[in-house]
Design a protein around this ligand. Structure first.
Ligand SMILES: *[C@@H]1O[C@H](CO)[C@@H](O)[C@H](O)[C@H]1NC(C)=O
Ligand SMILES: *[C@@H]1O[C@H](CO)[C@@H](O)[C@H](O)[C@H]1NC(C)=O
Ligand SMILES: *[C@@H]1O[C@H](CO)[C@@H](O)[C@H](O)[C@H]1NC(C)=O
Ligand SMILES: *[C@@H]1O[C@H](CO)[C@@H](O)[C@H](O)[C@H]1NC(C)=O
Ligand SMILES: *[C@@H]1O[C@H](CO)[C@@H](O)[C@H](O)[C@H]1NC(C)=O
Ligand SMILES: *[C@@H]1O[C@H](CO)[C@@H](O)[C@H](O)[C@H]1NC(C)=O
Ligand SMILES: *[C@@H]1O[C@H](CO)[C@@H](O)[C@H](O)[C@H]1NC(C)=O
Ligand SMILES: *[C@@H]1O[C@H](CO)[C@@H](O)[C@H](O)[C@H]1NC(C)=O
Ligand SMILES: *[C@@H]1O[C@H](CO)[C@@H](O)[C@H](O)[C@H]1NC(C)=O
Ligand SMILES: *[C@@H]1O[C@H](CO)[C@@H](O)[C@H](O)[C@H]1NC(C)=O
Ligand SMILES: *[C@@H]1O[C@H](CO)[C@@H](O)[C@H](O)[C@H]1NC(C)=O
Ligand SMILES: *[C@@H]1O[C@H](CO)[C@@H](O)[C@H](O)[C@H]1NC(C)=O
Length: 764
C-alpha cells in the first residue's frame, strides 16, 4: 500500500514513545502494536492506525478516520426514480484516540478484537464517543472485519451518519460497487450506493435531458443503477465490503488522491477489508465472504432463448421458422404469459404486463399444454416472468381467475403506507399502479410460495425474469413487518431478500438443475441466491451510459462485485418516442451487433422485443434479421464447452467473473485501467473487442501485456503492447486467442470460425 511513513517501532512495543512524525492534539492512547490474529497486527502510531501482516502493509488510516454528522438526507422522487441530496450539519471536525486495546470477541480467531476508542470532537459544539473494533473472523482468516459504533449525542439535532476514512494512493484504481455503467476506474468519482431505477439515458443526450425535464428524474445520471453494492476491489488487491445487514444508504468518495471516505447513513456499521496479491485473489477474497453464484443449468448452453410476445400461435410459428434455418433454440422467454397491460405513451402504446401471475387466457389459453408441447416437440423450454408487485386486475379486459392484489390487500401482505393505513402504491408509469409484496412477512412468503407452486411452476416452465426490487419507498410512513431500523435503511435490502426467497423456493421444489432465474437488482450477498444476473434495461442504441456499450461496463464492475454469470437483453429494451423530435428505436444492425456481443460475452443468450415491439427490428422481422440472429446463436453455442470449463473451474470455485476487464490481468498498465467497454477477456484464453458502433467494419483495439494475440478470423498473430486495427464485418467481432493457447474446449469455436469465415451477413 506504500504507507506515508515506515513503521519504526519494535513488535510488541507497547508504550513506546511517539516515533512517527506529526503530533496528535487530543489523543491520549499510547503507541502500541496489538495482535489481531493470523499474523495480522494493528499499530497505533500516534497519528494513525496501521494494519500489517508480517512485512506486508495492509491498511492505514490517519486521524481523523471517523467522523459523524447530523442532517437528514433528502430523497426526492418515488417509484424507483429516487434522487438523493446529501445534507450534513455539525460534521465532527476532529477525533481523539484514547484507548487501543484488546477486548474479548467471540467470533475471532483469537477470541479477542482490537478496539480503538475515543471521542469525535467539534460536532457543532458537542463531542461524542465512538469505537472502531477490528478482528480476524475465525471463518474468514484472511479478512479483517470491522465494526464502527458512534454514540448518539445529547443535542437538539441527533447525529445521523458516520464517516470512515482511510488511505489510498493516487495510483490506486477502483472497480466494483455493483452495476456501474459509466466509468472504467471509479477513482475520482463519488459513488452513491442506492438501489433504484437506473434511468433512461443516464447522461446520454439528448434523451437524458428530455427525461429529466420538469422536475422528473426518469433520465437518471451516471450513478443511478438497479444494483449498487457497497464493495469494491482495487488494483492494489485491496478489498472492502460492508456486511449484508449494513444496507443503509452509503456513499464512497474516491475523489481525493490519497484517501477514501465512506459515508454511511447510520451510526453503526460493519464490514471488512482484505488484501489479495492481485485482482483475481481480491475477487476470491470478496466472494469467499459474500458468496458465489449457483451453477447455471446445462440446457442454457444449447442455444438462444427467444424473447417473444404475442401468444401461442406466434410463438409456435417463430420457433418453427428458427428451427428451419438452423437456429439453435434452448428456450423461449414469454414475458407476456400473464397478459399485455397496454400503457399510453406518445404516439403509441407501450407493451407492459399484468402483474397477477396466471396465464392470460386469450394469448396463452392452453398454457400448460403449450409449454409441454414446446418441450416435447422441439426440446424448447419456456421461461416466463415474475416480479415483486401485484396489480389490481379487475379492469383486465381478458378477464382473470384470481385477483391476487385483492387477496394480498385483504391479508395485509403488502408494504404498508401508515399515513393512509393501506398498501403503499407504486406506479410504473401512467396506469400501472401496484402494491409491493412484503417479503419480510413469513406469512406472505408462504402464501406467495403457494402461488408460485400452483400457478407458475406448475406449468413445467424452466425459470423466469425476476424483475424489480428497487421500489420500496424510503419515507418514514413506509412499513414492513420485519424491517430493521427504518424504510430508508431497509430499502437496499429488499433485492437481497427477494433473491433469497426465490432461491429458497427453487431449492424446496428441487429445481436447482433446471431453473434459470435472472435478476437485475441485487446487493451484497445476493449472488449466492441467483444463478444469473441480467444487466437491466438498456436503451436501444449505441450509447455509452445506457446503450449497448454500457452492457460491457456493467458486466465488468458486477464481476468485480462477485457476480460471475451475467447477460443482457439482446437488442436492448427501452424504446422512447418523444414529441421533442427524437425517438429511440432499434435498428436491425443494432440487434445484430448486440447478438454478436452476447455470443462472445455471456453464458446465456436471450433477446428482448423491447417495450414497443412494433417499432423495433425483431430477430423474426425478416430472413436477414433471423439469419443474423441464428448465426449469432450458433456462435454462442460453439463457445459452450469453453464457457463451461471457465464457469466450472474458475467462476464457481473462485468467484472469478467470466467476462474480465483487461485491468484484471494487467493491473499496472495505465491503458488497461481505462478500458470500460472497448475490450475484455472472456475467461483466460480469449480477448474480445466487440463492435459497438454503427456502420463500423473494423475495430481498433489495444492489446495489453507482452504476450501474443491471434485474431481468429484472419489467423494474424499480434504482439501485445500495441493498438491494432482488424476487420470486423457483420458476424466477425474481433476475437483473439491469447498466447496461442490450444485447448480442446476452444475447438468447436475455431471450427465455427473456419466454416463461417467467408459468410457474408447482410442487414435489412
Ligand atoms: C430527521 O429525521 C428525524 C427522524 O425521522 C426527525 O425526527 C428529525 O426531525 C429530522 N430532522 C430534520 C432537520 O428534518
Ligand atoms: C438531483 O439532485 C441533485 C442534488 O440535489 C440536484 O443537483 C439535481 O438537479 C437533481 N436532479 C434532477 C434531475 O432533479
Ligand atoms: C460470547 O460468548 C459468551 C460465552 O459463551 C456469551 O455469554 C456471550 O453472550 C457471547 N457474546 C456474543 C456477543 O455473542
Ligand atoms: C484521477 O485524477 C488524477 C488527477 O487528475 C488523474 O491523474 C487520474 O488519471 C484520474 N483517474 C481516473 C481513473 O480518472
Ligand atoms: C415540460 O414542460 C413544458 C411546459 O409545460 C412542456 O412544453 C414540455 O413538453 C415538458 N417536457 C417534457 C419532456 O415533458
Ligand atoms: C419449415 O420448413 C418446412 C419444410 O420446409 C415447411 O413446411 C414449413 O412451412 C416451415 N415452417 C415455417 C414456420 O417456416
Ligand atoms: C392504446 O391502447 C388503448 C387501450 O387498450 C386503445 O384504445 C388504443 O387504441 C391504443 N392506441 C394505439 C395507438 O394503439
Ligand atoms: C380493485 O379494483 C376494483 C375495481 O376498481 C375495486 O372494486 C377493488 O376495490 C380494488 N381492490 C382493492 C383491494 O382496492
Ligand atoms: C402514503 O400516502 C400519502 C398520501 O397519499 C402519500 O403522500 C405518501 O407518499 C404515501 N407514502 C407511502 C410510503 O406510500
Ligand atoms: C417518432 O415515432 C412516431 C411513431 O412512430 C412518429 O410518428 C414520429 O414521427 C417519430 N418522430 C421522429 C422525430 O422520428
Ligand atoms: C511479460 O510480462 C510478464 C507479466 O507482466 C512478465 O513477468 C515477463 O517478465 C514479461 N516478459 C518479457 C519478455 O518482457
Ligand atoms: C479466413 O479467410 C481469409 C481470407 O480468405 C484467410 O486469409 C484466413 O486464413 C481465413 N481464416 C481462417 C481461420 O480460416
Amino acid at each position: 500500500m506504500g504507507l506515508p511513513f515506515s513503521l519504526t517501532f519494535a513488535l510488541g512495543g507497547l508504550g513506546l514513545p511517539l516515533l512517527a512524525a506529526g503530533s496528535p492534539i487530543h489523543s491520549t492512547a499510547e503507541n502500541s502494536q496489538l495482535d489481531l490474529g493470523n499474523g495480522f497486527a494493528l499499530a497505533w502510531t500516534g497519528t494513525g492506525i496501521e494494519i500489517t501482516q508480517g512485512e506486508q502493509d495492509i491498511w492505514y488510516a490517519a486521524t481523523p478516520f471517523i467522523s459523524a454528522s447530523a442532517g437528514n438526507d433528502s430523497v426526492s422522487g418515488s417509484n424507483g426514480a429516487f434522487n438523493i441530496t446529501e445534507i450534513d450539519y455539525d460534521l465532527c471536525a476532529d477525533q481523539s484516540v484514547d484507548a487501543v486495546q484488546h477486548v474479548p470477541w467471540n467470533l475471532s480467531t483469537t477470541g479477542e478484537a482490537v478496539e480503538v476508542s475515543g471521542q469525535l470532537l467539534e460536532c457543532g459544539d458537542t463531542s461524542t464517543p465512538y469505537s472502531l473494533t477490528l478482528w480476524v473472523p475465525s471463518d474468514l482468516p484472511e479478512h479483517i472485519a470491522f465494526y464502527i459504533d458512534v454514540s448518539q449525542r445529547a443535542a437538539v439535532e441527533p447525529l445521523k451518519k458516520l464517516y470512515f476514512s482511510y488511505s489510498s494512493q493516487a495510483s490506486e484504481d477502483i472497480y466494483g460497487l455493483g452495476g456501474q455503467a459509466s466509468f472504467a476506474s471509479l477513482k475520482n468519482q463519488s459513488v452513491p450506493v442506492l438501489t433504484r431505477e437506473q434511468g433512461v439515458g443516464r447522461g446520454d443526450e439528448p434523451i437524458t435531458s428530455i427525461e429529466n425535464a420538469n422536475g422528473s428524474f426518469a433520465g437518471g445520471n451516471e450513478f443511478t443503477t438497479y444494483t449498487a453494492i457497497p464493495s469494491y476491489i482495487t488494483t492494489e488487491g485491496n478489498v472492502f465490503y460492508l456486511s449484508e445487514k449494513s444496507s443503509a444508504y452509503a456513499n464512497f468518495d474516491f475523489t481525493k488522491p490519497d484517501e477514501i471516505t465512506m459515508r454511511y447513513d447510520s451510526l453503526s456499521v460493519d464490514g471488512a477489508i482484505a488484501k489479495g496479491k492481485n485482482m483475481f485473489e481480491a475477487v476470491e477474497r470478496l466472494t469467499e465472504a459474500t458468496g458465489r453464484m449457483p451453477a447455471l443449468p446445462s440446457w442454457v448452453d444449447n442455444g438462444a432463448i427467444l424473447g417473444i410476445q404475442g401468444g401461442q400461435s406466434k410463438v409456435n410459428r417463430i420457433v418453427q421458422e428458427g428451427l428451419n434455418i438452423s437456429c439453435p433454440i434452448a428456450g423461449v422467454w414469454l414475458q407476456d404469459w400473464e397478459g399485455t397491460h397496454t400503457q399510453a405513451g406518445p404516439y403509441l402504446n407501450i407493451s407492459r404486463l399484468w402483474w397477477n401471475w396466471e396465464n392470460d387466457e386469450v394469448l396463452y389459453p392452453e398454457w400448460n399444454e403449450f409449454v409441454q408441447n414446446l418441450r416435447s416437440e422441439y426440446n424448447v423450454r419456456t421461461l416466463s416472468y415474475m416480479n415483486v408487485f401485484l396489480t389490481n386486475v379487475s379492469t383486465k379486459e381478458d378477464g382473470y381467475r384470481r385477483n391476487l392484489y385483492n387477496e394480498a390487500t385483504e391479508l395485509g401482505y403488502f408494504v404498508q403506507n401508515t399515513t393512509t393505513d393501506s398498501p403503499a402504491v407504486i406506479s410504473s408509469g401512467p396506469g400501472l399502479e401496484a402494491g409491493i409484496i412484503d417479503i419480510t412477512n413469513p406469512d406472505l412468503r408462504e402464501w406467495f410460495k403457494d402461488v408460485l407452486r400452483t400457478r407458475v411452476w406448475n406449468a413445467n416452465i424452466s425459470g423466469y425474469m425476476s424483475d424489480f426490487g428497487e421500489y420500496t419507498p424510503v419515507t418514514s410512513d413506509t412499513s414492513l413487518q420485519n424491517m430493521v431500523s427504518d424504510a430508508f435503511f431497509f430499502h437496499n435490502k429488499y433485492p437481497l431478500l427477494w433473491a433469497e426467497f426465490q432461491r429458497s423456493v427453487i431449492e424446496e421444489f428441487g429445481l436447482e438443475d433446471e431453473a434459470l432465474i435472472f435478476h437485475r437488482s441485487a446487493n451484497t450477498g445476493a449472488n449466492r441466491y441467483m444463478n444469473l444476473f441480467w444487466v437491466g434495461d438498456q436503451n436501444l442504441n449505441w450509447g455509452v451510459n445506457d446503450g449497448i456499450k454500457s452492457v460491457v461496463t456493467i458486466m465488468g464492475h458486477m464481476g468485480f462485485s462477485g457476480y460471475a454469470q451475467q447477460h443482457s437483453d439482446v437488442g436492448g429494451y427501452t424504446d422512447t418516442l418523444t414529441y421533442q423530435g427524437i425517438n429511440v428505436t432499434r435498428s436491425a444492425e443494432l440487434l445484430g451487433r448486440w447478438g454478436e456481443l452476447a455470443a462472445v460475452s455471456s453464458p446465456v443468450f436471450r433477446s428482448h422485443e423491447g417495450n414497443i415491439p412494433e417499432v423495433n427490428a425483431q430477430f423474426y422481422s425478416n430472413a436477414s434479421t433471423y439469419g443474423y440472429y441464428a448465426y449469432n446463436a450458433r456462435m454462442f453455442v460453439s463457445l459452450a464447452a469453453y464457457r463451461r470449463s471457465v464457469l466450472n473451474n474458475e467462476c464457481r470455485t473462485k468467484g472469478w467473473p467470466l467476462l474480465r476487464p483487461p485491468v484484471m490481468y494487467h493491473t499496472a498498465d495505465a491503458r488497461a485501467r481505462e478500458i470500460s467497454y472497448q475490450s475484455y477477456y472472456l475467461g483466460p484464453d480469449l480477448y474480445v473487442a466487440p463492435v459497438l458502433d454503427p456502420e463500423t467494419f473494423e475495430v481498433s483495439v489495444y492489446l495489453p501485456g507482452n504476450g501474443t494475440f491471434t485474431h481468429v478470423w484472419s489467423g494474424e498473430v499480434y504482439n501485445g503492447g500495441q493498438d491494432v486495427t482488424v476487420p470486423a464485418p457483420y458476424g466477425q467481432p474481433a476475437v483473439f486467442v491469447v498466447d496461442g493457447t490450444e485447448t480442446p474446449e476452444l475447438e468447436t469455436f475455431l471450427e465455427f470460425v473456419r466454416q463461417e469465415n467467408g459468410t457474408e451477413i447482410t442487414v435489412e
